[in-house]
Design a protein around this ligand. Structure first.
Ligand SMILES: NC(=O)c1ccc[n+]([C@@H]2O[C@H](COP(=O)([O-])OP(=O)(O)OC[C@H]3O[C@@H](n4cnc5c(N)ncnc54)[C@H](O)[C@@H]3O)[C@@H](O)[C@H]2O)c1
Length: 251
């Protein structure tokens, strides 16, 4: 028996590095996966890979920085199979800057994409999960939300808020058997990380040296953790912030 047989999962940012790995992983374990991203082409590619591998995927292109689009997304996703079991709030953006160098626009859009989307998506999904007697939500925070890296005030602050949001939601809805947890990845090799490396003039090898484990992480390694947290194997995990950093967080 696969862990997610018959279950429906929404994965946001599923066209990106970590999101596509999560979507593939959940599908490989039997889930019907709603592959959603603002990048419709990337989402379509991931969904077609999933279908080619024998899985079931539905593409819904959506810009989750808008409240209406979050509610529309959940409405369409629920309409697919009349159930929603898992929500993976993975989409995120990383705008660089400190208090004085960051633009107002970058501050606002960071909160809209990284935090407010979770608020709206959870509000849209929760009534379905409560009615069904339970569900699992996994939010993507970051190591930097717990241990801030310099010059990323908006990103770090949104991710710290994601951690607090996760704990609050878990506390409030644990009695309804809705498990809410967050993953806090360190450096993971994705397009987002590649862009940051390019901007800073560093190399991947430079980052590898910063990690006690000797290398940065792979999207599939985060996907394995997300799948565990979304599964019944994590039945008593609720309100946890799980770091996945190759020991960088304790270095
Ligand atoms: N890569 C890392 O080192 C790292 C470390 C810690 C946390 N994270 C977090 O992991 C998550 C995934 O990041 P990634 O590294 O895979 O980045 P990525 O850039 O490869 O993927 C992010 C995806 O989110 C989508 N997205 C952005 N804005 C959106 C919007 N308004 N509506 C819908 N989708 C939108 C993008 O199109 C993209 O496909 C993010 O929340 C990121 O903050 C990444």
């Amino acid at each position: 028996m696969k862990r997610f047989e018959e279950k429906v999962a929404i994965v946001t940012g599923a066209g990106g590095g970590i999101g596509s790995a999560i979507a593939r992983r959940l599908s490989s374990e039997g889930a019907f996966v709603v592959v959603t991203d603002v990048n419709a082409e990337a989402a379509a590619q991931v969904a077609s890979d999933i279908e080619a591998a024998g899985g079931k995927a539905r593409v819904i292109a959506a810009d989750i920085s808008s409240r209406d689009s979050c509610f529309n997304l959940v409405g369409q996703a629920f309409g697919w199979r009349n159930r929603l079991d898992i929500l993976v709030n993975n989409a995120g953006i990383n705008r660089r800057g400190n208090l004085l160098s960051l633009s107002d626009e970058d501050w606002d859009i960071s909160f809209a994409v990284n935090l407010h989307s979770m608020f709206h998506l959870c509000r849209a999904v929760l009534p379905h999960m409560v009615a069904a007697g339970g569900g699992a939500i996994v939010n993507t925070a970051s190591q930097w939300g717990l241990h801030p890296a310099p010059n990323h005030i908006a990103y770090n602050t949104t991710k710290a808020a994601v951690a607090a949001f996760t704990q609050n939601l878990a506390r409030d809805y644990a009695p309804d058997k809705i498990r809410v947890n967050a993953v806090c990845p360190g450096e993971i090799h994705t397009p987002m990380l590649e862009a940051g490396v390019k901007r800073s003039g560093r190399t991947i090898a430079d980052l590898d040296r910063l990690v006690p484990f000797g290398r940065i992480g792979k999207p599939e390694e985060v996907a394995a953790l997300v799948a565990f947290l979304a599964s019944d194997e994590a039945a008593f995990m609720c309100g946890s912030l799980v770091e996945i950093t190759g020991a960088q967080a304790v270095a």
